[in-house]
Structures are given as structure tokens and as C-alpha cells.
Design a protein around this ligand. Sequence first.
Ligand SMILES: Nc1ncnc2c1ncn2[C@@H]1O[C@H](COP(=O)(O)OP(=O)(O)OP(=O)(O)O)[C@@H](O)[C@H]1O
Ligand SMILES: [Mg+2]
Length: 254
Amino acid sequence: MSNLSAVEPPDNPARSNETGHQDHNLLELRGIRAAYERIDVLFGVDLVVPEASVVALLGPNGAGKTTTLRVAAGLHVPSAGDVLIAGRRVNGAKPEELARHGLCMIPEGRGIFPNLTVRENLRMMTYVGRSLAEIEEIAYSRFPRLAERRTQTAGTLSGGEQQMLAMARGMATEPALLILDELSMGLAPIIVAELYEMVAQVARSGVSILVVEQFASTVLGVADYAAIMVHGRIERAGRPDELAADLSKAYLGG
Ligand SMILES: Nc1ncnc2c1ncn2[C@@H]1O[C@H](COP(=O)(O)OP(=O)(O)OP(=O)(O)O)[C@@H](O)[C@H]1O
Ligand SMILES: [Mg+2]
């Protein structure tokens, strides 16, 4: 069962980096176990995000997807296992340290300030050392809709626009790895498709992406690799076209 438990490009020889060789995996989780209080929810998760790739983590409600992302971003301390960034163990690193290593997580609920305008939300990202003008340039070139809305309060943006603003704030950090949790939450399918077109553009510019979705169809069009998580374990991983049959089983509880 071991070969089912990791997302890995078939031609990637850098599976093990114990010897300190250059690693081509931006992020690697090895044997991650995690619990809330004393209740275990992850039971040995192995997952890799190779450089310049989009990895989709799929699975039903409660499977442990968000917990896995939180472990990767340093927001939840695992009870066992290793987190590696570019081959370096970063166990116990704080979210800010991981951000300096190029990791950016867009939190659930989007992490924007509803009472501030679009521009004010972007201005808050100037702490990364970039001017507001630069951050606005990055944001509006990727998400032109936000330019039209720059003086509108974020709470009155449409759900899709709020998600664009959240991604624009993340892009201000110029991440190497963008971690997205349920971009599609509460949004109409046509908006989700539009957002994933933007995600694909971000990916084409060289940013790796780890994205969680409960519903697979749209994200699989963008993903290089996918993993199906059920009950705190990766049940199956591979190229999207290899997983189509397994996906229906995972959702039917098979
Ligand atoms: N803060 C918490 N305290 C206690 N239990 C939690 C907490 N957060 C999550 N859990 C539990 O951990 C398990 C995994 O939750 P998680 O949020 O990682 O799942 P998920 O795959 O993201 O689900 P969803 O698709 O519904 O977002 C669930 O059983 C959940 O109830
Ligand atoms: Mg979740």
C-alpha cells in the first residue's frame, strides 16, 4: 500500500533527501499524525508538492484535509511525522518562519477584513516590505475586477471577488507555495470555474499550489497531481486521470 500514499512524479528520483541532496519537492509531509485534544484525526499522512506543480487534496467532510493544510502551514503541531520544505525539516516552525520560506496559506473564511476597502486590505500587506503601489500592481494585473472595486468595502464584494482579494493578499508575499482551502465554498459553479482559471494562471507563473476541494471536477482540470483523503489517510494518489474511478468510490464511502 505504500505506493498509494504519496503524490509523487514518477520521474522524480528525489524521494529521499536523507543524504542532503537537492530536493525537488517544495513541500513534503511524512507520516503526519495529528489530534485535537486526545482524538486522532490524521493517521500517517504522506504528501508531496513537487516544484512548479498544482496538487489537489480531495475528500469528504471531516476527512482531515484542513488539518493537513494547517500542519503544513505551521498552524497545527502534529503528534508525529515530519514537515519538510525544499528538503529541510521544519518541524515546529512558526507560521511566520514558514512564510519567509515562501509558504502562504489562504485561510478558511478568506482572512480578509470586511469593514476595510479593497485597497486598505491590500495596504495591510505592505508589512512584507513592498509598497502599496507594487502590491496593487500585482493584485490588479492578476485580478482586474479588484481594480474596479478598489474603494468598495470587502464585506460587500461578491463571494468570488472576496476570494480574489484573499488570493491577491497572498500574492503580495510572492509565495513559492500557495495553500488554498476550499476556494469554492459557497460559490456558484461558474464563479468557481473563473477562480480556478486564475489559479491556473498563478501556477503558470511558477508558483506551486496545494489546494483542498471537497468537489473534484473543477480543480482536477488544473491539478498536476491529486490525492484522495478519507478518514485521516491518503487512500489514493496520482495523476487526475488515474483517479477518476476512485473519486466516486471515496465519495460514496466505498
Ligand atoms: N478545532 C477542532 N477541535 C476538535 N476537533 C476538530 C477541530 N477541527 C477539526 N476537528 C475534527 O477533525 C476532523 C478533521 O477535520 P478537518 O477540518 O481537517 O476535515 P476536512 O477534511 O477539512 O473537512 P471539510 O471538508 O468538512 O472541511 C473532523 O472530525 C473534525 O471534526
Ligand atoms: Mg476543511
